[in-house]
Design a protein around this ligand. Structure first.
Ligand SMILES: Nc1ncnc2c1ncn2[C@@H]1O[C@H](COP(=O)(O)OP(=O)(O)OP(=O)(O)O)[C@@H](O)[C@H]1O
Ligand SMILES: Nc1nc2c(ncn2[C@@H]2O[C@H](COP(=O)(O)O)[C@@H](O)[C@H]2O)c(=O)[nH]1
Length: 205
């Protein structure tokens, strides 16, 4: 059987640095493909339709929900976000590892469906640093920043449900940890297969 590809789900409070870490991982590892979500929020900064997100209207999102097009979706910071079934199926069919950058509600829905999915939670080093990162990013209004910080308190409570937790203090260190998690899951599969093949051979089966 060909390598089936792993699903890696990365969640974090807004501003903890998950997009930056996932972007850096994608540049380093061509075996990993991003899942591009649908959202009803407006594009931010240089974001492009089909690259960061598929930006859709509320009625378009409703249609997709009614048509059972999402593998998971959730309300996050007052907007709706979802991962389409098509996105996951297409990427897995190519044998790629697929990385989903979604909130904790979506992460837990994915784990219920794909029990082998790996859930990674990214923590900021402190509340002050989380606030400064959102402010320094300069892409959200002060009201949006306050909403995201207020939601972060509840989101952090979910970290214990995840398989791995990474503290994103030094960026390079956090990236190293994320790379190690992705590589170890791939290695596990490869070495288990090799071990199985060797054992089968030794047993003459
Ligand atoms: N280790 C780090 N040290 C300092 N700044 C960082 C670090 N990691 C990320 N940043 C910066 O923090 C800001 C927020 O990062 P990013 O946009 O990746 O967060 P996010 O978790 O994806 O947020 P959102 O959920 O809102 O998309 C960015 O300006 C990014 O450059
Ligand atoms: N459950 C889902 N959550 C998602 C999805 N795509 C993104 N997100 C999460 O939403 C917030 C806000 O993102 P932002 O780009 O507006 O800053 C963040 O936690 C994302 O991870 C999805 O498909 N499903």
């Amino acid at each position: 059987m060909d390598y089936p590809g792993n699903l890696i789900v990365v969640a974090a409070p807004s501003g903890a640095g998950k997009s930056s870490l996932v972007k850096a991982l994608l540049e380093l590892d061509s075996h990993v493909q991003p899942s591009v979500s649908h959202t009803t929020r407006a594009p931010r900064g240089q974001e492009k339709h089909g690259r960061e997100y598929f930006f859709v209207s509320e009625p378009e999102f409703d249609q997709m929900v009614l048509g059972d097009a999402f593998v998971e979706w959730a309300h996050v910071h007052g907007r709706r976000y979802g991962t389409s079934k098509k996105m996951i199926e297409d990427r897995i069919a190519h044998g790629s590892d697929v990385i989903l950058e979604i909130d904790w509600q979506g992460a837990l829905q994915i784990k219920r469906i794909f029990t082998n999915a790996i859930l990674v939670f990214i923590l900021p080093p402190s509340w002050d640093e989380l606030r400064s990162r959102l402010e320094r990013r300069g892409e959200d209004s002060p009201e949006v920043i306050e909403t995201r910080l207020a939601n972060a308190a509840a989101e952090l409570q979910q970290a214990k449900e995840f398989d791995f937790v990474i503290i994103n203090e030094l960026f390079e260190r956090a990236l190293f940890d994320l790379k190690a998690i992705v590589h170890s899951q791939r290695l596990k599969y490869v070495s288990q297969r090799r071990l199985r093949a060797d054992t089968f051979k030794a047993l003459g089966i």
